[in-house]
Ligand binder design. Structure first.
Ligand code: 5GP
Ligand code: MG
Ligand code: MG
Length: 185
């Protein structure tokens, strides 16, 4: 089996350059929206898919901020949502009175994020804002979920790279793509 991932790429959907440009725009937008707000800002990354995006995004936000992480189980290694989420790693710090920016790699059905928001909402933040790199609007089931910052709209296909996995691997691909992996080659 080929271990060089470049041979397993089907199609590059969003290039490194396009991601970089859009991340910069999102950072500017977030900076402008929060620059006159005195409450502390905490950026919360949902592990593990958001780490690459978040590390680029925070460097485009020109405000003091702290970072925290939460990991929940939803998809496991498969491709379909189990509908049930469990906290695997909780936040380390209190969000009380803070502006919370939740960063996700992709919003699909939106059910995971809706549950995460309910949990965070109960802990007394000043406000909770959502930022996702990718948005699959056509797949949305949580119709009332409001996502303030969206990087790119994509269709109903399974994507990998720039933090998003393919069976836990390939998060390190520097762009967003679809894959064609031949197993047992
Ligand atoms: P939701 O609860 O919105 O249906 O699922 C959200 C999570 O499922 C995402 O944060 C992501 O981890 C995973 N997911 C949804 N679509 C994709 C996809 O196309 N590729 C990958 N790698 N993960 C996805
Ligand atoms: Mg995710
Ligand atoms: Mg996954």
């Amino acid at each position: 089996m080929a271990r060089n991932w470049e041979e397993n790429i089907k199609k590059v959907l969003i290039s490194r350059e396009d991601i970089q440009k859009r991340v910069k725009e999102l950072g500017e937008q977030i900076t402008n929206d929060l620059k006159n707000d005195d409450a502390p800002l905490v950026v919360i990354g949902i592990l593990k898919g958001s780490v690459i995006f978040m590390s680029d995004l925070v460097r485009e936000i020109k405000l003091p901020l702290t970072m925290d992480f939460m990991e929940v189980s939803s998809y496991g290694d498969g491709f379909e949502s189990t509908r049930d989420i469990k906290i695997i790693k909780d936040l380390e710090h209190s969000v009380r009175g803070k502006n919370v920016l939740v960063v996700e790699d992709i919003v699909d059905s939106g059910l995971t994020l809706k549950k995460i928001l309910q949990m965070i909402g109960k802990r007394g933040p000043k406000q909770v804002l959502l930022c996702t790199l990718l948005n699959k609007e056509v797949r949305r089931e949580a119709k009332d979920l409001e996502v303030q910052y969206k990087g790119f709209e994509i269709g109903d296909e399974f994507v990998s790279g720039y933090g998003l996995d393919y069976m836990q691997e390939y998060r390190n691909i520097p762009y967003v793509c679809t894959m064609d992996i031949k197993i047992n080659e």
